[in-house]
Design a binder for this molecule. Structure first.
Ligand SMILES: [Fe+2]
Ligand SMILES: [Fe+2]
Length: 195
């Protein structure tokens, strides 16, 4: 089953005030792409629910979506507190995410779960690479941010495993679909860091 995490009630920001423009750029890029990813994930689950919401898989998808809502809420908060501009591509991720979720869900529960495995693997790998980067820079300084990212990474891994536990791999063309979606995720991550 999915773990649920109590929302953090801290009043102060999890992000340190940047020392120079280099650190500001680094942090803003990271936060911008993380926010974009959580935004996209929300739209994917919304698309899945539009097709499978009334099916037996509905409650499970809803449970994952609810966690994505918390992730997005947290990044909305962090972006606002630190005056980080969100990516200009949100309108695109709004539509693309929903279409990806809905179209894979039209293939049935297995299609939705294959999409979930692909996306959540990409997101958790992305979070892992951020964790490595922040640890190399200064684990003390980024301690609070690291906690948030690690917690979300664990949730994404849970979602990934939920997809596998719910027959994602039985979808005909699973590997092809998974690779195609992950290429899309890579492109989305690349673009959202820059635009
Ligand atoms: Fe998430
Ligand atoms: Fe997730």
């Amino acid at each position: 089953m999915l773990r649920s995490h109590a929302p953090s009630s801290r009043a102060y920001s999890v992000v340190p005030t940047p020392r120079d423009t280099e650190e500001k750029q680094l942090l803003h890029r990271m936060l911008r792409v993380d926010h974009a990813g959580e935004y996209g994930a929300n739209r994917i689950y919304a698309g899945q629910m539009s097709v499978l919401g009334r099916s037996r898989t509905g409650p499970l998808i809803q449970e994952m979506w609810d966690q994505e809502k918390k992730h997005l809420e947290k990044f909305n908060e962090i972006l606002a507190e630190n005056r980080v501009r969100p990516t200009a591509l949100l309108p695109l991720w709004n539509i693309a995410g929903f279409l990806l979720g809905a179209s894979t869900a039209l293939l049935g529960k297995e299609g939705a779960m294959a999409c979930t495995v692909a996306v959540e693997e990409s997101i958790s790998e992305h979070y892992n690479s951020q964790i490595r980067a922040l640890m190399e820079k200064d684990p003390e300084r980024y301690n609070e941010l690291l906690k948030v990212i690690k917690e979300f990474r664990d949730d994404e891994l849970d979602h990934h495993d939920t997809g596998l536990d719910n027959d994602a791999e039985t979808l005909p063309g699973y590997w092809l679909l998974k690779n195609a979606i992950q290429l899309g995720c890579k492109a989305a991550i690349y673009a959202s860091q820059r635009v």
